[in-house]
Ligand binder design. Structure first.
Ligand SMILES: *Cc1c(COP(=O)(O)O)cnc(C)c1O
Length: 452
């Protein structure tokens, strides 16, 4: 049908393997380093906090990694996710562009994050782990892991950045509905939390601090492992189910994208959609790949490509990535899921190799784009996803100005039903675009660890 809107795959067309871009990179990824010795990390260094299967996936160079059948069975609750042609948006914009979006908001938690929460919970369960500890910013990751934990019978403990804990009670309630325990971070339960509170009893917390707390809990208890919702190689790997499905669906539409767009916080939903297309580009295809980040936390566009810690307490390994410095405190914004000082090492590497572009937008222009999208397509984007929406709109308007019909594919990583306060603030004119403090960034970059 030439005027189809949704391109749907049957359950048995769901990919049976995740794609690992590491197998095809022209230059290998710089290794993670032990924070104490500065030497490349071995599997044993990660064993206290991750299960063996996850560590193996973190380090593998195999091109395809089989998706275990029990994981595929859970994926079937919402996957394959739809690919939608935004025909009404095209009309509203009066653009000759063909706009497609892959919609990950159909998952139970409302975003792409269960794509990795489910396999991580599965591998932990298989290895006899009883409890998972993790951090969450806005609550998307915490609710995804809480959901996955409930399916596999694991206890889940979530350190939630304090400002979100207070501002987003419904995400907290969702985690508790799935049976997880949610703690405001910094907390008095960990050394890392107590150290922060001693310095600043009113600390609002940050993702970096919450990661320190969650890692500390996992490292200090035999029955507990840690799970991370973005950044790491195995997370990017799990998310490639998005791009592999999208490729089949674009073929169903009889089209292929000229440009592929996704927002980047830690980089995983971008990796998920883009890495399969980068594989094709390495074989000669010419798809433009665009990563979009908030102007208030511009890791890829203003950060330095350097070895840095993943957390504020400096418990994690050193990884080479685009970073604003682990001590940098990004100004508050409504895109909590994009407010992280670092970027996935894989995504950073891809950017350094010139295999993708990056750009940044301020939050108010993203909300304006999201509202325009919602009024044409009906779906209210998550504030994080609105960055991808804004970029897609801009590309479509360029097509209009040039009178060219290009094909645009973007990832709508989640819906915004738990973020309506942000929309209310936007309509009331209460959203600002916080100034990015260049001097604070410089101070944080000056404090980067020296390596090698
Ligand atoms: C967490 C989140 C993001 C950012 O995380 P990535 O790892 O960069 O994908 C983007 N969109 C939504 C809806 C999220 O919940």
């Amino acid at each position: 049908m030439t005027d189809s809107v949704k391109y749907l795959l049957a359950e048995d067309q769901m990919p049976k393997a995740w794609y690992n871009l590491a197998a095809d990179l022209p230059v290998p990824l710089p290794p993670p380093l032990h924070p104490g010795t500065g030497q490349p990390l071995g599997p044993d260094d990660l064993a206290p906090i991750f299960p063996q299967a996850v560590i193996a996936q973190e380090m593998t160079s195999e091109r395809w990694v089989e998706i275990p059948e029990p994981v595929r069975e859970v994926y079937r609750l919402w996957r394959p996710s739809p690919l939608i042609r935004a025909r009404r948006l095209e009309k509203a914009l009066d653009t000759p562009a063909r706009i497609y979006f892959k919609y990950e908001g159909v998952s139970p938690a409302g975003s792409h994050k269960p794509n990795t929460a489910v396999p991580q919970a599965f591998y932990n369960k298989q290895e006899g782990v009883k409890r998972l500890s993790t951090e969450t910013g806005a609550g998307q990751w915490g609710s995804s892991l809480a959901f996955a934990g409930s399916l596999f019978g694991l206890e889940v403990e979530v350190f939630m950045v304090k400002i979100s804990y207070n501002q987003k009670p419904y995400r907290r309630a969702l985690m508790e509905t799935y049976g997880a325990r949610c703690i405001a971070s910094p907390s008095t339960l960990t050394e890392a939390g107590r150290a922060i509170l001693a310095k600043d009893p009113n600390s609002n917390g940050s993702l970096g601090i919450a990661i320190s707390e969650a890692v500390e809990v996992a490292a200090s208890r035999d029955d507990t492992k840690y799970a991370l919702g973005s950044v790491l190689n195995h997370v990017c790997l799990h998310q490639t189910v998005i791009g592999e499905e999208a490729m089949q669906q674009m073929a169903m539409a009889g089209d292929s994208p000229d440009v592929v767009i996704a927002c980047t916080g830690g980089g995983s939903n971008f990796a998920g959609l883009a890495f399969p297309y980068i594989r094709e580009n390495l074989k000669g295809a010419k798809v433009r790949i665009v990563a979009v980040e908030p102007a208030s936390c511009p890791t890829l566009t203003k950060g330095r490509y350097a070895y840095d810690f993943g957390d504020t307490g400096h418990l994690t390994p050193l990884v080479k990535m685009h970073t604003l410095g682990s001590t940098f405190m990004p100004p508050g914004s409504h895109s909590g899921g994009l407010r992280y000082h670092g970027m996935a090492p894989m995504v950073s590497h891809v950017k350094e190799l010139g295999l993708c572009d990056a750009r940044s937008y301020a939050q108010t222009e993203c909300f304006a784009a999201a509202v325009q999208f919602a009024r044409a397509e009906g779906i209210v984007p998550a504030p994080e996803s609105s960055h991808a929406v804004k970029a897609a709109l801009d590309e479509a308007l360029v097509c209009k100005a040039e009178g060219k019909s290009r094909s645009i594919l973007f990832n709508l990583s989640g819906h915004g039903h738990f973020d309506m306060q942000a929309y209310t603030d936007f309509f009331a004119g209460n959203l600002r675009d916080p100034n990015f403090a260049d001097d604070e960034l410089q101070a944080a970059l000056d404090a980067l660890p020296t390596v090698g």
